[in-house]
Design a protein. Structure first.
Length: 291
């Protein structure tokens, strides 16, 4: 594909976070709303079935994810994103984007816009440098959680702050429950709330609760386990679903064996049973199933 055609196509996707830096130097700024462009592609998969009272599940094995290799950026997409489109992998409730990104040393995403989206970044390795038009300039590291409520519109850049190693992080987008809010940025360190061999909350809808907060009825929990253990996660809202993403190791969720980077969605239940193995890390994302 010619460079000019690639630039044009990438801008039209409105998900500039995976575009090569030259895209962001295009003459015309992005005009399509992030929210509107993505909401029209949501489809109807992974929403509640009101005619059944039994638990519903969906399994996404790690090797079935979409893959984009831009040289400086290697990204795995659990859900449809940019040039990866799978009508059966559009979203899980309000969870629209789950990207597993690796960025080369001193490279990154040049300044680009978003609106009406809750954007969460969770570094896994290395240091990620953030700058935005609200005056924030910081570095997030493993053990940190970053949130941006794009609201009426923000511009930001993200770079690998390291000169000699890759940075790896999760990029997660949620549809908000309120549009056109005032944009905001926050980040926390989980060092003070980390609890080994237990699930600990890193995100919620409540400003005064543990972790960062979002404009959505969602709760995220991390867990790191060094032994076999049986857990029960009780949903905060029984109408929500839970998407489990395995960061390391292996785990069993409601009888389903899961390995590193597998994803497993569950809904129509008020609790889920988990059996951990040694050296396991998991991210649980409880989210509304309707948008």
């Amino acid at each position: 594909m010619k460079r000019s055609e690639f630039i044009k196509k990438s801008i039209l996707t409105s998900v500039t976070a995976i575009a090569i830096p030259s895209i962001l130097k295009a003459e015309k700024p992005l005009k399509v709303s992030t929210y509107d462009k993505l909401i029209e592609k949501v489809g109807y998969n992974h929403i509640p079935n009101n005619e059944e009272n039994t638990m519903n599940t969906v399994l996404h094995k790690a090797n079935t994810r979409g893959h984009a290799d831009h040289g400086w950026l290697d990204s795995k997409h659990t859900f449809s994103f940019a040039n990866y489109h799978n009508p059966e992998r559009m979203h899980f409730g309000v969870l629209r984007v789950l990207n597993d990104d690796k960025v080369s040393p001193a490279r990154g995403f040049e300044t680009h816009p978003h609106d009406n989206m809750e954007i969460i970044s969770i570094p896994l390795e290395g240091d990620l440098e953030h700058k935005d038009n609200m005056g924030n300039g910081t570095v997030i590291r493993n053990g940190d959680v970053q949130i941006m409520s794009a609201g009426t519109g923000i511009t930001h850049s993200e770079y690998n702050a390291n000169k000699n190693k890759d940075v790896k992080f999760l990029q997660i987008w949620l549809f908000p429950n309120k549009k056109n809010v005032k944009p905001r940025y926050d980040q926390i360190s989980t060092k003070d709330i980390y609890t080994k061999n237990e699930l600990y909350q890193i995100l919620s809808p409540n400003k005064s609760d543990q972790g960062v907060w979002v404009h959505q009825n969602a709760w995220f929990h991390l867990g790191e386990f060094d032994k076999k253990q049986n857990l029960v996660y009780k949903l905060k809202d029984a109408s929500n679903g839970v998407y489990a993403f395995i960061l390391e190791g292996s785990i069993n969720v409601e009888g389903q064996s899961l390995q590193k980077r597998d994803g497993f969605g569950i809904w129509n239940t008020d609790k889920i049973e988990i059996q951990t193995e040694p050296n396991t890390k998991i991210l649980l994302m409880e989210v509304p199933m309707t948008i």
